[in-house]
Design a protein around this ligand. Structure first.
Ligand code: NAD
Length: 505
């Protein structure tokens, strides 16, 4: 397998169509940068509608044979893919770090979570089993089946270049669909690497394709009559657009959007644990996680000691090149860095107390990387932009609240509902929280409650458009459609045929 890690010069990337690299023809290209150095490492083609149509056509052509490939053969390919991915996970993690910037440990964690979904999809034969009823009426039997849809589109964001595609395509492929993946143009190499690995695992050409591009490629997927379903993950405005456009074009769509995740710390909580977890969840992957904690709701008297503990830990974090032994890497682009520093300035101007200023941090890196260090605000109010907006960077805001009631009111009033957490030693309080909170994924003393692969991942409100979450049984349901067969076979004796059976009534 050719390594795509050889980046001494600017690497021209391609699409991946029917098992081959295909050069872009639109004349439009995007730059891919190494966020730790600021250097351009690759160029990615930005597909025209015509290029997108030819990739969709390749996936469509591969569908009939793949649909008819036995479940045993499909499963064996998934198992081989699982083995290869596991063996080479370090290579993929390096590739993620080189384009996204997250530290290698975070990149390895991302691959491990993606691998879980492949393992789940290895059980596809069991997951696709329907049900059967004998003698629903006299000599009438009923069975239910789930069948693949055809070509499905997966559109992924920059922040999980491998894990988010892996949430979808192993299940889609296992269920007998063919896939066109449109990765983020900021981090396209992981998708191309996965495509080659699938080929090495024995996946027939055309079953998995990579279409590189931007809005033009996305629009082509959303409007093509040959694309039957869209799985999208990204920011809320684009998720809403994708949902509305895709469904208007007759497709089933699951569109996962942005987030603003709150962590409640009750007065009885273990404050060292809460501070450790707030730091991990707030600054891991430089806060570029849809499940990152961005607001700590400090209840009652915990605020002073909690802020002190979080600040102490935040100051101790080492920020730098993700390939070095750092705790936190850069932001993905210069624009992302500038947006985050803009929010820090706005927080200061609005009167929040800047306890740790990430703009003043020292960075362990060479070159002009896109760094902002861990940043902590205290006395944040709900009308400030650092509270209302998804900052998507290493900025943690502490909002002081008088009691549980104020905390839950704030969370439930928030337009996002992706993840949330409560830290407490009181089971009754935790139970009430999990029941009352209007958020899709809830952690009790767990700050980033990402469900394991056999459960489903998804938020509420503006964090998800559509009603189907990712992976788990909901994922299997999304990538298949139900069919119910009702059968009547007359007894052979009714046709006057004597097969030697005793006469039936
Ligand atoms: P984004 O919305 O900018 O891009 C996501 C995808 O949409 C990319 O493939 C991009 O090329 C495409 N796109 C961008 N602009 C478009 C347009 N105008 N029309 C059509 N397509 C367009 O998101 P991002 O910056 O790559 O990712 C970060 C966002 O994703 C954050 O908001 C984060 O919360 C969210 N996210 C959510 C989840 C979740 O599970 N809910 C998971 C990861 C990331």
């Amino acid at each position: 397998m050719t390594s795509v890690l050889q980046t001494s010069a600017v690497v021209p990337l391609h699409h991946w169509v029917a098992g081959q690299q295909v050069a872009g023809t639109s004349g439009r290209f995007g730059d891919v940068t190494d966020p730790a150095t600021g250097e351009v490492t690759a160029t990615v083609p930005l597909a025209s509608a015509e290029e997108a149509a030819s990739v969709i056509a390749a996936a469509k052509a591969a569908f009939p044979a793949w649909r008819d490939t036995s479940l045993a053969a499909r499963t064996r390919i998934l198992f081989r893919f699982r083995e290869l991915l596991n063996a080479r996970s370090g290579e993929l993690a390096e590739l993620i770090t080189a384009e996204h910037g997250k530290v290698l440990a975070d990149a390895a964690g991302e691959v491990a979570r993606g691998l879980e979904v492949v393992e789940f999809a290895c059980g596809i034969a069991h997951l696709l089993k329907g049900s059967a009823t004998e003698n629903a009426s006299t000599r009438v039997d009923v069975q239910s089946l789930r069948q693949p849809l055809g070509v499905v589109g997966v559109i992924s964001p920059f922040n999980f270049p491998a894990m988010v595609p892996l949430w979808f395509f192993p299940i889609a492929i296992g269920a007998g669909n063919t896939v066109v993946l449109k990765p983020s143009e900021k981090v396209p190499s992981a998708a191309l690497w996965l495509a080659r690995l699938l080929q090495e695992a024995g996946l027939p050409d055309g079953v998995f394709n990579v279409l590189n591009g931007d809005k033009e490629a996305v629009d082509a997927l959303l409007t093509s009559p040959d694309v039957k379903a869209i799985s999208f993950v990204g920011s809320t405005p684009i998720a809403r657009y994708v949902y509305e456009t895709g469904t208007a074009n007759g497709k089933r769509v699951q569109a996962l959007g942005g987030a603003k995740n709150h962590m409640v710390v009750l007065p009885d909580a273990d404050l060292d644990l809460a501070a450790d977890q707030a730091v991990n969840a707030g600054f891991g992957s430089a806060g570029e996680r849809c499940m990152a904690i961005s607001v700590v709701l400090a209840v009652g008297d915990v605020a002073d000691p909690l802020v002190e503990k979080i600040a102490e830990r935040a100051r101790a974090l080492r920020t730098g090149d993700g390939r070095r032994s750092c705790d936190m890497g850069p932001l993905v682009t210069a624009a992302a860095r500038d947006r985050v520093t803009g929010y820090i300035e706005a927080g200061v101007a609005a009167g929040a107390e800047l306890v740790v200023d990430g703009r003043e941090a020292q960075f362990d890196a060479d070159g002009a990387g896109f760094f902002v260090g861990p940043t902590l605000f205290d006395h944040v109010r709900p009308d400030m932009s650092i509270y209302t907006d998804e900052v998507f960077g290493p900025v943690l805001s502490v909002v002081r609240v008088a009691g549980y009631a104020e905390a839950i009111e704030l969370i439930n009033a928030n337009p996002y509902g992706n993840g949330t957490a409560i830290f407490t030693n009181d089971g009754g309080a935790a139970r009430r929280f999990q029941n009352e909170v209007e958020v899709g994924m809830v952690g009790i003393n767990v700050p980033v409650p990402v469900p394991v692969a056999y459960y489903s991942f998804g938020g509420w409100k503006n964090s998800l458009f559509g009603d189907t979450h990712a992976h788990g049984v909901e994922g299997v349901h999304f990538f298949t459609r139900g069919k119910v067969v009702t059968t009547r076979w007359p007894d052979p004796s009714h046709r006057g045929v004597d097969l030697g059976f005793p006469q039936n009534s």
